[in-house]
Design a protein. Structure first.
Lengths: 219, 317
């Protein structure tokens, strides 16, 4: 998918070839990365743009945007609001790297249009914690080494935060033995409920330890 | 993705009317399937009607003791509803067997019914597909067809319907309620809602242009042991190779529907008379006239074994 990829600039230290710039080139094409910014987050041959205004709240901050109707929530967050914590992995809802929390529920932001979120409260990884003041799950991921390359991590953590709330709310899963009893966070429940987040490095066991440790104080 | 205009409808009638004003429009609710297909330009609506604001998000008791499920009730909320968990366990089980936690939070009851096949030839725009491009042929027939339908197929299409939820609704005798652009409403039995491919596989359901699903109703609970068994290539977040939705009563009678084997949830009421005789007898009736490919003939045996497992569970517990 050809997206609005700006040439890599603005990173401290090495503006010529940053890690983020490398990722940009790696996930689209070098040519697309070096082109001037396109007006919209879609291929230029796809017809004239239709612009629509949308307002929502991201991490406690009101955001008023005018977007091409085609803009996904993920592209709005990354390309327009420059919240690049949420990642574009598969862009088709299968990997979970773009997971954010909207209206209290975890969703894949790549399969949702930004204009469908008028008035919504959205939380991304940037809203959960900061390097100085990490969310307990972020701290637990660091402590248990719950990642390797880190690309899936923001989605994993957003997903896990909301997943623990789902258990608390009594929402059953495929492995819940008794549909009428409150579900518990067993290892099998954790694995099933996190199956929408893929980690190609295979750091699952450490993530499970991190989530289990934090859940001890929540569930 | 092709450019499109966008509007938010405030009522079901307004949404249906908007659809009639905009030929080529699509309703969007969860968007988990439609947006995916739009990115691939398999779906190219010129106009989207966002129905998320039209209400229809409640689960209410009906006068005859059943439930009316609003079209926009999310899969998570339907699976978690106390009444559904208690009285319609097969539906709750089918829902949580599908997709991922994130997708179930987005996907709606109506959208789940309307999702398109996951046939890889439908998804690959370089391949022929009568469902995507009528008249272009079928790449799956004679191609890689391990995941495809074994019964109710045609020479034009061997795609399966991917929904788990719809299989449970079929065994529960659900009814789909709709509103049309002229404001009239109708009730469609779930058995008649999805079509077999025939020579028009591009038409998945009996819905007419601009017709909007408003609710799915369930008759009063029938009790019994309610089981949904999904057999797939990995333990979670995968479509069914074969699935069995069953309601088995204490005397051994019951109902059974299959997923992953046909263009629609597959149920043959006459076969259910064989339930006390066991899985082999039921399967023989259920899949009579099956036309598997060499690659998916294993599904016939898999259905029998999955059903045997379900019947053993029903008896044992």
């Amino acid at each position: 998918m050809n997206t609005d990829r700006r040439a890599p600039t603005g990173e401290p230290g090495n503006p010529d070839f940053t890690r983020r710039g490398f990722l940009v080139i790696g996930t689209s094409t070098a040519a697309a990365a070096m082109m001037p910014p396109l007006a919209e987050a879609q291929a230029p041959a796809a017809g004239p743009s239709v612009m629509t205004k949308v307002s929502f709240n991201v991490n406690g901050k009101a955001c008023d945007l005018e977007l091409d109707t085609r803009t996904t929530l993920l592209d709005a967050l990354r390309e327009h609001l420059h919240l690049t914590g949420s990642k574009k992995g598969c862009d088709q809802g299968q990997c979970g790297a773009c997971t954010v929390i909207s209206r209290g529920r975890r969703i894949v932001s790549c399969l949702s249009l930004a204009v469908m979120h008028e008035g919504d409260n959205i939380t991304t990884i940037e809203g959960l914690g900061t390097p100085e003041k990490m969310h307990p799950l972020q701290a637990a991921f660091v402590k248990h080494d719950g990642f390797q390359c880190g690309y899936c991590t923001p989605g994993q953590i957003c997903s896990a935060v909301a997943m623990l709330r789902e258990i608390k709310a009594g929402i059953p899963s495929h492995v819940t033995a008794d549909l009428t009893a409150p579900p518990q966070l067993t290892p099998a429940e954790l694995r099933e409920r996190m199956s929408g987040n893929i980690c190609r490095c295979g750091a699952y066991s450490n993530m499970a330890e991190a989530i289990t440790e934090v859940a001890g104080g929540i569930v | 993705m092709k450019a499109f205009t966008y509007e938010r409808a405030r009522t079901p009638a307004e949404a249906a009317a908007a659809a009639s004003r905009n030929p080529g429009a699509r309703f969007i609710a969860g968007g988990t399937n439609l947006l995916d297909l739009m990115k691939l330009q398999i779906e190219t609506p010129a106009h989207l009607i966002d129905v998320n604001g039209v209400g229809l998000d409640k689960i209410e008791a009906t006068e005859d003791g059943g439930l009316r499920i609003g079209a926009l009730v999310r899969n998570t909320d339907l699976a978690a509803d106390e009444r559904v968990r208690r009285d319609y366990g097969v539906l709750s089980r089918a829902l949580v067997a599908g997709a991922s936690g994130q997708l179930r939070n987005m996907a709606t009851t109506a959208g789940n019914l309307l999702q398109r096949t996951r046939c890889p030839y439908f998804y690959d725009t370089n391949q022929p597909c009568n469902k995507r491009t009528p008249g272009s042929g079928c790449g799956a027939i004679g191609g890689f067809s391990r995941s495809h339908a074994v019964i109710g197929v045609s020479d034009a299409c061997i795609a399966t319907h991917p929904s788990d939820m719809a299989v449970a609704l079929r065994v529960l005798d659900a009814t789909v309620e709709t509103i049309r652009p002229d404001g009239s409403t109708r009730k469609i039995p779930i058995a008649e809602f999805h079509r077999l491919p025939g020579d028009e596989p591009h038409i998945d359901t009996v819905l007419m242009a601009g017709e909007l699903i408003t609710a799915v109703t369930l008759p009063k609970p029938v009790g019994g042991k309610q089981i949904y068994l999904k057999v797939r290539d990995r333990a979670s977040f995968a479509f069914a190779l074969v699935s069995v939705a069953a309601i088995v009563q204490r005397d051994g009678t019951g109902r059974v529907a299959l997923g992953g084997v046909a263009h629609k949830p597959w149920r043959v009421e006459e076969a259910e008379a064989e339930l006390p005789q066991g899985a082999k007898a039921v399967t023989a009736r259920l899949l009579a006239g099956a036309k598997p490919t060499p690659e998916n003939a294993f599904k016939l045996k898999l259905v029998e074994r999955a059903l045997a497992s379900v019947l053993a569970e029903a008896k044992g517990a």
